[in-house]
Design a protein around this ligand. Structure first.
Ligand code: ADP
Ligand code: MG
Length: 452
């Protein structure tokens, strides 16, 4: 077939436009190139292997249909990394005879409460001098995966926005390329999955799962500290993905060089891309973040109150948010306006709202009654969603009002260990932030408990 004329190309594009989602068409087809490369063979040049695979998935069929509809012939399409991008193909191209990966891979156990947080988007992320570099790198990666910074390694202290940024990248990539295999997980899940796979002799499936990802995002990679076996496994995963031109994004609460007993080979991999640090935000950024969080909850909070909160919580954004939640929660309970005086009362000292005599047993009774359960359900290992949620809320309230240690608390809930207690408390804290009906249950329970 002849080289395509401008008119042919026009026709092909309108055919694609009629077939594809407008957004997909706008993003991927407007700059589409088709180069003749032999008899009825066309090359589709792409910037890197990631886009190659992506475009092929997305466009091969519609393009073939376009040609056969318009010119009566199905062409041979070759999706190829463009030489001028400076990207050299790994020595063993993926197109080689390797058998296709098994379609269904046995799911690995992942931490039960993992979900993408829909609020962790770039739109909701406030930029400031402390996070500007990290944000810029994250944005660049989400716009051009596997091109610039690979791996992107974001590090910074606890509660400074690493998970938020990582998930924002995932959201953004999925928005642009809904079919991309974006795998987000905590490093702990990786380690647990690895141990599980060894036990169950399912290493092959474990590896396939990670090595099939287009984008692999591993949160809290410092969890690899002192874990030689997992480090070794991750090293191979890393290399396989890097060779295949896939994007990796990692976060850590320490710079790569400070992660304890990290092998030299892994350290050099982590440093081979781009390391961006997030620092503690300055006052102005803290204030802007608080404003954003208040707006997100659709509550009016005046500048004076936000300024006060921003001035006393200095390092950790999670705590900053927690302080705002506390103030708003207290105002709602006490039916008072959110003003400076109230904020000062709430945040100046740690409030001890419960009468000292309150016992765990009493709280359990209140909670059981409220949720129409038996107190024994709160002790049992029964796992229906409503029972386990009632149990978690009860654990949360007992901890809040009695200050009992986690170990001891466990003994009041059927002999569970302290990590289960901690998990329950964290779970409820998380839910309070995003689930209005649970928030109102807890508020009512608090009223009932403190009213005793
Ligand atoms: P890390 O993973 O670093 O411990 P997170 O990403 O979980 O921290 O952030 C803690 C909280 O602070 C989250 O609710 C997050 O939305 C919020 N946060 C952090 N940085 C920002 C920011 N720049 N703008 C808006 N919210 C932020
Ligand atoms: Mg985090």
């Amino acid at each position: 077939m002849m080289p395509l004329t401008a008119q042919d190309k026009e026709k092909i594009l309108s055919f694609l436009e009629s077939r594809l989602e407008p957004k997909v068409y706008d993003t991927w087809c407007r700059s589409l190139e088709l180069e003749p490369a032999g008899d009825n063979v066309y090359r589709v040049p792409t910037a890197n292997p990631f886009y190659r695979d992506w475009l092929e998935k997305l466009l091969r069929k519609p393009l073939e249909d376009a040609f056969s509809n318009l010119f009566g012939q199905t062409p041979d399409l070759v999706f190829q990394v463009h030489a001028s991008t400076g990207y050299s193909e790994p020595p063993a191209p993926r197109a080689a005879a390797a058998p296709p990966p098994p379609a269904a891979v046995e799911p690995m156990p992942v931490s039960p409460d993992f979900v993408y947080n829909p609020n962790y988007t770039f739109d909701n992320f406030i930029e400031g001098p402390s996070n500007r570099m990290a944000l810029a790198a994250a944005t660049a990666v989400s716009e051009n995966p596997a091109t610039l910074y690979n791996p992107l390694f974001i590090h910074g202290g606890v509660g400074l926005g690493k998970t938020h940024l990582l998930q924002a990248i995932c959201h953004e990539i999925l928005k642009r390329m809904p079919a991309a295999k974006v795998l987000y997980l905590s490093c702990e899940d990786f380690v647990n999955g690895y141990i599980y796979a060894i036990q169950k002799r399912t290493l092959e499936a474990f590896r396939t799962r990670y090595r099939n990802a287009d984008v692999l995002v591993v949160d809290d990679i410092h969890f690899l500290a002192d874990k030689e076996g997992s480090q070794e496994e991750f090293f191979h995963t890393f290399n396989a993905l890097h060779m295949a031109g896939r994007q990796m994004i990692l976060s850590s609460d320490q710079p790569a060089g400070d992660i304890r007993s990290l092998t030299q080979q892994l350290l050099s991999r982590f440093r081979s891309g781009f390391e961006a640090r997030i620092m503690s935000p300055a006052y102005e950024t803290r204030l802007a973040i608080l404003r954003e969080k208040a707006d997100a909850r659709r509550v009016e909070v005046n500048q004076e109150v936000l300024g006060y909160i921003a001035s006393i919580v200095e390092t950790n954004i999670r705590e900053l948010e927690g302080a705002l939640t506390k103030v708003l929660g207290y105002a709602a309970l006490a039916k008072r306006p959110v003003d400076l005086q109230l904020a000062q009362e709430v945040l100046r000292e740690t409030p001890a709202p419960a009468p000292a005599s309150l016992s765990i047993a009493e709280i359990q009774q209140v909670v059981a009654r409220y949720f129409h359960k038996k107190v024994s359900d709160l002790h049992s290992r029964r796992w229906t969603k409503s029972t386990s949620q009632a149990r978690q809320i009860c654990i949360y309230l007992c901890r809040k009002f009695t200050g009992t240690s986690l170990e001891e608390l466990g003994s009041h809930f059927g002999g569970k260990d302290h990590t289960t207690m901690l998990y329950s408390i964290r779970k409820v804290e998380k839910l309070l932030g995003k689930n209005a009906s649970i928030r109102s249950d807890v508020e009512r329970l608090i009223r009932e408990i403190t009213g005793k």
